[in-house]
Design a protein around this ligand. Structure first.
Ligand code: HEM
Ligand SMILES: *[C@@H]1O[C@H](CO)[C@@H](O)[C@H](O)[C@H]1NC(C)=O
Length: 483
């Protein structure tokens, strides 16, 4: 009798124990399942993994991702980060879970910009023909031309003309201000990642930035005032982006709805203009420099491209914007450049707005997400064994439109935060490149052979050539008219 009771109690206890144990271990398992962080390298105190980024973070991160996988955890100072390095993972983050990582909703600014940057046309070929004339002179005497400098100045003139309606503002060196600004934003700002170091303003970044923005503000204020004055006087002037913004501003004031929502004001306009200028100039100029460099390194491709333009345009005039839609080889040359040399190799960092589980990994709220577009464009699983090679023909059967459907090459990003200036950027690159190779044959100076041209890059918010490109132009048109 006593034994029966003992057995009953004992088995009851045993069952309870097993039940509890299974419950606990199940909970533990669930916990680790839900809170499993993506794999990543070991971290140091305070700096985390910052020391592993080196001078070319996109390359360092690609190497790390080969070891830890396409969804990788890093600790950047006190900021947890996830690095995305495959197109499949990029699709998960930028498409499936786009909203979580948009960190701020699509701003009205970028809406206006994508609308405006489609509307603003290359109304003037003036800037391009000025450059062609200068190069013609250099060609006559066989002079070496600083191509980087020529392209930067040209793109600046074109973009200022399209956005601000004027070519250059000599009295304030807007170019220098913008470039300083870019290096400051792009430099891995220590203060961003180790917040309490920010107080000491280690790299002078915050200080530099405040000074720059005050001067820029004055310039933009002057430009807007100028437009408001001429708006009523000079009706013949070609419309630029400032005009478009001003007309929207007046519209929203006229038809102001009851909710008083989304009225754009002067401050919005200045912010939008500044965003556009900063985002447009370096990206376009850098892409053009890379294109000319790869063409110089690949005479085969250069020849095909020149022949295509010659067939469509002839050899008596310059290329015009309307010619571009017929230049299919030019399209794939530019696709190949943007794949191999995405000017923003890590796009623009995002942040998760809430905690989320993706692909079995738990990603905490406020985690910085960086997408390694550079690594994605060179993934041999997608681009085959010759992924590192410059070979435009790979795009013949693969039309890219960069509208967020293809994740194999994402030079403009994807999702809500993707570049609103795609159209304007592509047109600028194509028109300048077409013009320069149509009007001139190019030769490398100082006995540099095509295969020896240095192709190192440096890293900021954009990744331009480390060494400036120099080349000798030889005029090749019969008697081009470029008035
Ligand atoms: C070859 C030329 C260009 C390239 C490769 C490029 C690339 C990019 C990339 C990668 C981003 C970040 C997207 C993301 O994080 O998903 C971006 C953002 C942006 N781009 Fe471009 N861009 C170019 C030209 C332009 C031009 C011409 C404009 C101006 C009209 C422009 C305006 C912007 C703006 C305003 C943003 C920020 C958008 C936001 O944060 O919502 N870009 N661009
Ligand atoms: C070429 O142009 C770049 C960019 O403007 C400039 O920084 C560099 O000093 C120039 N190089 C030479 C040799 O003049």
């Amino acid at each position: 009798m006593a034994t029966a009771i003992t057995i009953a109690i004992f088995s009851f206890l045993l069952f309870t124990f097993i039940y509890l144990l299974s419950k606990i271990s199940f909970r533990a398992k669930q916990n680790t399942l839900h809170h499993k962080k993506p794999p990543g390298p070991p971290t140091l105190p305070i700096i985390g993994n910052l020391h592993m980024l080196g001078k070319l973070p996109h390359r360092a991160l690609e190497t790390l991702s080969k070891k830890y996988g396409p969804i990788m955890s890093l600790q950047l100072g006190q900021v947890p980060a996830i690095i995305i390095s495959s197109s499949k993972a990029a699709e998960l983050f930028l498409k499936t879970h786009d909203l979580v990582f948009a960190s701020r909703p699509k701003t009205q600014g970028s809406e206006l910009m994508s609308y405006g940057s489609k509307g603003v046309a290359f109304s003037e070929k003036n800037e391009l023909s000025v450059l062609v004339k200068t190069l013609e002179k250099a060609a006559l005497v066989g002079e070496v031309v600083n191509v980087s400098e020529a392209v930067e100045n040209l793109v600046q003139d074109i973009i200022y003309k399209m956005i601000l309606g004027r070519s250059r503002y000599e009295q304030f060196d807007l170019k220098k201000l913008v470039q300083q600004g870019l290096t400051l934003i792009g430099a891995f700002n220590l203060a961003d990642y180790v917040p309490w170091l920010g107080v000491f303003d280690l790299q002078g970044i915050t200080r530099g930035f405040k000074k720059i923005s005050k001067t820029l503000d004055e310039i933009l204020e002057m430009i807007i005032a100028e437009h408001e004055e001429t708006c009523n006087v000079d009706k013949t002037r070609a419309e630029d982006f400032v005009d478009i913004l001003l007309s929207i501003m007046h519209q929203t004031i006229d038809y102001e709805s009851e909710q008083n929502q989304e009225v754009i004001d002067r401050t919005n306009i200045k912010a939008i203009l500044l965003d556009m200028i900063v985002a447009a100039i370096d990206t376009s100029a850098t892409s053009i420099e890379w294109t000319l460099s790869e063409l110089l390194r690949h005479p085969r491709v250069m020849k095909i491209l020149q022949n295509e333009i010659q067939d469509e345009v002839g050899n008596k005039r310059m290329v015009e914007e309307k010619d571009l839609k017929k230049l299919n080889y030019l399209d794939i040359v530019v696709d190949e450049i943007l794949r191999l040399h995405p000017v923003a190799p890590l796009l623009v960092p995002r942040e998760s707005r809430e905690s989320v589980t993706i692909d079995g990994y738990f990603i905490e709220k406020k985690t910085r997400v960086m997408v390694n577009a550079w690594a994605i464009g060179r993934d041999p699983n997608i681009w085959s064994e010759n992924a590192e090679e410059f070979y435009p023909e790979r795009f013949i059967d693969k039309k890219m439109n960069y509208q967020g459907h293809e994740f194999e090459s994402i030079p403009f990003g994807s999702g809500r935060r993707r570049c609103p200036g795609i159209q304007m950027g592509l047109i600028t690159i194509k028109l300048v490149v077409a013009q320069l190779v149509h009007c001139f044959n190019w030769e490398l100076p100082y006995n540099i052979s095509p295969s020896n041209l240095n192709m190192d890059e440096k890293f900021g918010l954009t990744a331009p050539r480390a060494q400036h490109l120099h080349a000798i132009p030889h005029y090749r048109l019969v008697d081009a008219k470029h008035e």
